[in-house]
Design a protein around this ligand. Structure first.
Ligand SMILES: C[S@@+](CC[C@H](N)C(=O)[O-])C[C@H]1O[C@@H](n2cnc3c(N)ncnc32)[C@H](O)[C@@H]1O
Length: 198
């Protein structure tokens, strides 16, 4: 019903979508998972033609990927370091027969961006410098990780082909190479749409 509605471009409230998650993951939604309306706008920009492969850098419980997969003709790949979140994301995708989504349990530093066409980033490494609302205790925050993960993403993005699309939500821009131009912003600069121009 939720995914059917998304496929038909019917608006879904976050309070409805988040019922797919466990109580614990639902409580984390406001701070950590992309709102449905924003995921739809971002996915729409990234999938500017059918079958584009979109990588969510730090997929959490899969919300961005699940919304994107249901509302566009792209393929969504979410890499996530926390096994429990991957398990939950896979369970939802299987139960609702969402076939154009895949979740990968890994650290982003193990992923080559050359396998993907477009990228989404919701400030995933910030947990290493702001511990005010931790997802869980399985990851020990370290400020060095914020720097090294951002460096890794910037380096991978700098090797992508010209015209590669990227959307950032609440990012510090640490991970964005100079070769990416800001095409436009929404939500007072919180949601940014980038394209590689050189
Ligand atoms: C703010 S949440 C965003 C979740 C999802 N992209 C969304 O928008 O709904 C960031 C996620 O990135 C994950 N993450 C942080 N650092 C990571 C890393 N180095 N490799 C893989 N995942 C990471 C965290 O575990 C967390 O689940």
């Amino acid at each position: 019903m939720i995914f059917q509605a998304l496929k038909q471009n019917i608006d879904i409230e976050d309070s409805v979508f988040n019922k797919l998650f466990s109580t614990r993951n639902r409580r984390l939604a406001e701070r950590h998972w992309t709102p449905v309306a924003i995921a739809k706008i971002a996915a729409d920009y990234l999938v500017n033609k059918p079958n584009k492969k979109v990588l969510d850098i730090g997929a959490g419980v899969g919300k961005f990927c699940l919304v994107g997969a249901a509302s566009t003709k792209g393929f969504f790949y979410g890499v996530e370091q926390r096994a429990s979140l991957i398990k939950s994301a896979n369970k939802i995708a299987e139960k609702h027969n969402i076939e154009n989504v895949k979740f990968i349990h890994s650290n982003i530093t193990e992923i080559s961006f050359s396998d993907y066409d477009a990228f989404y980033f919701y400030n995933s490494f910030f947990e290493n410098i702001d511990n005010s609302c931790p997802i869980d205790k399985t990851i020990v925050p370290k400020s060095e990780l914020f720097i090294s993960y951002s460096d890794y993403v910037r380096n991978q993005l700098s090797k992508t082909p010209k015209y590669t699309r990227l959307v950032t939500y609440w990012s510090t821009w640490e991970e964005i190479p100079e070769s990416f131009d800001l095409e436009y912003s929404e939500l007072n600069g919180v949601l940014n749409f980038w394209r590689k121009m050189s």
